[in-house]
Design a protein around this ligand. Structure first.
Ligand code: MG
Length: 263
């Protein structure tokens, strides 16, 4: 994975806020900046080193978030599945009920952060440069800037990629894979790590089912072959179909994992 594609080099990572040109960040966050590991000659050792360091930082994030009663939901998918559209709608419709905040991950641009910012939701954008995923250190840096309020639901929109994000624990409370019906069949079988690692699958763009060759039952069977019993919720983020069970699931996760916060 990352030892060969080069995405473990965090030299190009930036944390940005809409309306600001440059990242910054010292303050309330859980992580200390760390340097990438020394290169080693064997790829497998490099990967083990990277993942072990990430797991340690992810645990630090988890403790920091838990201490503030913040539920973090890691949204993962291919590019173009509709993550940002789903997020825009979700924060608009859920934001009156619970405090929400968003961390956006993309290689470049503030485009998604600006869309979320337009809803009035606190958001930071992490640009990963060459990186094809968010990692725990990047999230820690994002949290330093975002500083979400106690008791909030934090949505993390990972970089669009069905491979590496599955390997990197961020310290999140739950993982959600978003898949659109336009992506074609067989994805859970082709990318089993992603589908095995998720707590929920949202099958998006179901309004397009009459126009594409996609079998929902077959997809559900494939997803459950790598993740037995996983829930698959058909939704349409643009029209709002099927979002009530998604919100119910978020409330359930929040009720299960958020710690009581003392005012
Ligand atoms: Mg997006």
């Amino acid at each position: 994975m990352c030892a060969t594609c080069g995405c473990s080099d965090d030299a190009g990572v930036r944390v940005l806020e809409p309306g600001q040109g440059h990242g910054h960040g010292h303050g309330h966050g859980p992580g200390e900046h760390v340097h990438p590991p020394e290169p080693v000659t064997r790829t497998v050792l490099f990967e083990q080193d990277v993942l072990a360091k990430n797991d340690s930082l992810a645990e630090r994030n988890r403790i920091w978030l838990s201490g503030r009663g913040i539920v973090a939901v890691n949204l993962m998918s291919s590019p173009g599945s509709g993550k940002t559209t789903l997020l825009e709608r979700t924060v608009r419709e859920l934001g009156d009920e619970v405090p929400v905040a968003v961390v956006e991950g993309d290689q470049e641009t503030l485009l998604d952060a600006e869309r979320v910012h337009a809803t009035g939701t606190p958001v930071v954008q992490i640009n990963t440069g060459a990186g094809c995923h968010l990692d725990a250190e990047m999230l820690a840096r994002g949290l330093e800037v975002l500083d979400p309020v106690d008791g909030s639901v934090l949505f993390i929109e990972n970089v669009g990629n069905l491979v590496c994000p599955a390997l990197f624990d961020l310290g999140e409370s739950a993982r959600v894979v978003i898949m659109s019906v336009t992506e074609g069949p067989g994805k859970p079988l082709k990318y089993p790590h992603m589908f095995a690692a998720t707590d929920l699958v949202l099958l998006n763009k179901i309004d397009l089912l009459p126009y594409v060759d996609f079998d929902v039952d077959e997809f559900t069977r494939d997803a459950r072959s790598v993740n037995p019993g996983v829930r698959v919720l058909p939704v349409c983020a643009t029209r709002g179909d099927g979002l009530a069970p998604w919100y119910a699931w978020l409330r359930e996760v929040r009720g299960r994992t958020s710690a009581p916060v003392t005012p």
